[in-house]
Design a protein around this ligand. Structure first.
Ligand code: FES
Ligand code: FES
Length: 154
């Protein structure tokens, strides 16, 4: 069956199986490699994308469910100033080791910074609780997101 949606600002139409998950469609059919296959059971956040602006696990969503909706991945946000600041602070603060979890964290943090919510280490921690990193621990990631928020205020 065919599903049409907006991917990173461009309309796409793709043939999918009725039970195909968005993670597979993105990685295997649309060459979107920033979206990582981790737990595949809605626990780790490695596969996080934005669906209509909200962080969503793409392993937990059928592709048919995004018909007519807007899907955004890190590939579509490369030139976004918030993403650039986050990326730079992740590197500067040592919040990246193997990097497998990083796109998911950046997408979630991006949505948080876009939301305009007040950022404290506590609410950054809360917002990122759906993303798991097995390398760095969370302190550096929280510091990086908080530092990016501070830099963007200036
Ligand atoms: S792969 Fe989707 S949450 Fe882990
Ligand atoms: S940097 Fe390796 S899992 Fe997070």
């Amino acid at each position: 069956m065919k599903v049409s949606f907006i991917l990173n600002g461009e309309p796409v139409t793709v043939d999918v199986k009725p039970n195909e998950i968005l993670l597979d469609t993105l990685r295997l059919k649309l060459n979107i490699k920033s979206v990582k296959r981790g737990c595949e059971r809605a626990e780790c956040g490695a596969c996080t994308v934005l669906v209509d602006g909200r962080p969503t696990y793409s392993c937990n969503l059928l592709t048919v469910q995004v018909e007519g909706r807007e899907v955004t991945t890190l590939e579509g946000l490369r030139d976004d100033p918030i993403v650039k600041e986050l990326t730079s602070k992740f590197v500067e603060r040592g919040a990246v080791q193997c990097g497998f979890c990083t796109p998911g964290f950046i997408i979630t943090a991006y949505a948080l910074l876009k939301s305009g919510k007040e950022l404290t280490p506590e609410n950054v921690k809360k917002m990122l609780e759906g993303n798991i990193c097995r390398c760095t621990g969370y302190k550096k990631i929280i510091e990086a997101v908080t530092a990016a928020a501070e830099a963007l205020k200036k």
